[in-house]
Design a protein around this ligand. Structure first.
Ligand code: CTP
Length: 472
């Protein structure tokens, strides 16, 4: 007896397509990610319908019946698309594809449903549900994809060498699905990916990023990165991260493996935040440790200045990886540059002025910086972690306290350049900048409060020192 999912296909789209397909005497099936997610119980808004026959006509007639006005037809590809309520519905003729070794672009011919299922990436993505009236909701599962969902296994329908060689992006997709769904990749697949990892070079960086960012946004992204490393896919597009791998020992002194440390920080951040760019900051926070690594006979391993060099590496990495070169990059850069600052406070005595300076530099990103910093407290020594976490709490409280008192986050100087010019009867000149930055220093240092009266008096004092006279 075949497994039937008709009770899950209650959406009007399926009824309408089914009815019209039957009137026209053609066969249609829901296929791919939608079926997979339906079985797993993940919400999905993309419906792919594969048609044996004229997919364009079926799309048009279904859209009319559903009163959808806009249907996009791609005659050259034999595909059609429309949006219905919050769903995206795509129609495509069943296809048979064959690939050449130097390109992702296949030679496409019309095919059977079986041909169409053969060309798909994984058994869990090759599941189809019939929309034909007599067999409505029947599962067509030639590769035991349902079983693989139950067992949590990523497996290719054909020999892995063929499936991955047809489209090397699938090597990344295997890892992406394994990470998102918490599935295992079958060993044969992993071996095949390792053998042909360098074929990723024919894939555009944008497509790589789409998968990479999905891995980064998973609940436990470290799982994906460990697979990316062991299959050597990471080597193809992120050598800086591979450089973090490894432990060196001199005179019995070792440093931690910065790759695994980075992944721990990334997972810690992922527990607290869904922000892609905060997660990128976690990935890059120690990226300059390899080039700054030194061994000192007295103190052991050091990575002096890795936060500054790391911040300088961010634009280079973003440019090469075609990540956005806008505010998002600036944000990541800022967090990388400042990531040691709260921890430095944690280790030493916490003065108000150090807190004010940090607030002033971090601005509205202070909470994210603190999340990153808290996530960065990793050590095998539980006692150390506990102590740092306690101190971290003290710094957090103090931050709140100072902020409430001083409102320093988005610092606006209480005395303007305009007022300085008026008071001393001068035009634009270097002294204005000097006065303003000295007032700011005094506020950050805590010698005067962040208030107009005090700042005005400070302006008069500094002006006098600079030899400026008050305008009568
Ligand atoms: N597919 C494939 N090879 C690829 C990309 C996609 O075989 N390189 C097939 C799979 O059957 C997949 C379907 O096309 O299920 C739709 O692809 P896509 O929308 O990219 O992914 P989904 O599987 O729907 O997953 P998600 O929505 O999570 O991206």
């Amino acid at each position: 007896m075949s497994t039937n999912f008709s009770s899950a296909l209650t959406h009007p789209v399926f009824k309408v397509v089914s009815q019209i397909a039957s009137e026209k005497g053609i066969s249609a099936f829901v296929i791919g990610g939608f079926v997979r997610d339906l079985i797993i119980g993940r919400p999905s808004k993309d419906i792919d319908i594969v048609v044996l026959g004229n997919g364009l006509e079926l799309a048009q007639l279904s859209a009319e019946k559903l009163r959808v006005k806009k249907v996009s037809l791609f005659k050259n590809f034999g595909t059609a698309h429309f949006a219905y309520k919050d769903l995206d519905v795509e129609f495509v003729g069943a296809r048979k594809e064959s690939y050449r070794s130097d390109s992702r672009k296949p030679i496409v011919e019309d095919g059977t449903l079986q041909d169409d299922q053969n060309r798909r990436d994984f058994t869990i993505n090759a599941l189809a549900l019939s929309l034909n009236i007599e067999t409505f909701g029947n599962l067509i599962d030639p590769f035991n994809g349902l079983k693989d969902i139950e067992l949590g296994i990523i497996r290719t329908p054909l020999e892995p060498d063929i499936t991955y060689s047809d489209d090397p992006l699938r090597m990344l997709r295997a890892i992406r699905f394994a990470t998102q769904l918490n599935f295992k990749i079958e060993t044969k697949s992993l071996e095949s990916i390792l053998r042909q990892s360098d074929r990723l070079k024919i894939i555009s960086q944008e497509r790589i990023n789409e998968e990479l960012n999905k891995i980064i946004l998973a609940d436990q992204p470290s799982r994906g990165f460990i697979l990316l490393k062991s299959t050597q896919l990471l080597h193809q597009f992120f050598p800086e991260m591979i450089a973090l791998v490894g432990i060196e020992t001199i005179d019995g002194k070792s440093h931690k493996d910065n790759f695994y440390h980075t992944l721990e920080v990334l997972d810690n951040v992922a527990e607290k935040s869904d922000s892609l760019w905060l997660r990128w900051a976690a990935i890059l926070h120690d990226i300059a440790k390899p080039p700054t690594k030194r061994f000192d006979k007295e103190i052991g391993w050091t990575f002096h200045g890795h936060e500054d060099l790391g911040a300088r590496m961010v634009p280079r990495i973003f440019t090469r990886m075609r990540l956005p070169l806008d505010q998002k990059m600036k944000y990541v850069q800022k967090l990388v540059r400042l990531h040691l600052r709260p921890i430095a406070l944690v280790k030493g005595t916490v003065t108000d002025s150090a807190i004010r300076r940090l607030l002033n530099e971090a601005g509205d990103d202070i909470e994210d910086l603190m999340t990153l910093c808290n996530a960065d407290i990793t050590s095998k020594n539980e006692f150390k972690v506990k102590k740092y976490k306690q101190n971290f709490e003290i710094v957090s409280l103090k931050l709140k306290d100072v902020e409430e008192k001083d409102q320093i986050r988005n610092f606006q100087p209480p005395v303007t350049g305009e007022l300085i010019m008026q008071t001393f009867g001068v035009g634009p000149c270097a002294e204005i900048g000097i006065i303003k930055s000295q007032i700011k220093e005094s506020i950050l240092e805590g010698t005067i409060p962040n208030e107009y009266e005090a700042a005005y008096a400070e302006m008069l004092r500094i002006g006098a020192e600079l030899g400026l006279k008050i305008e009568a």
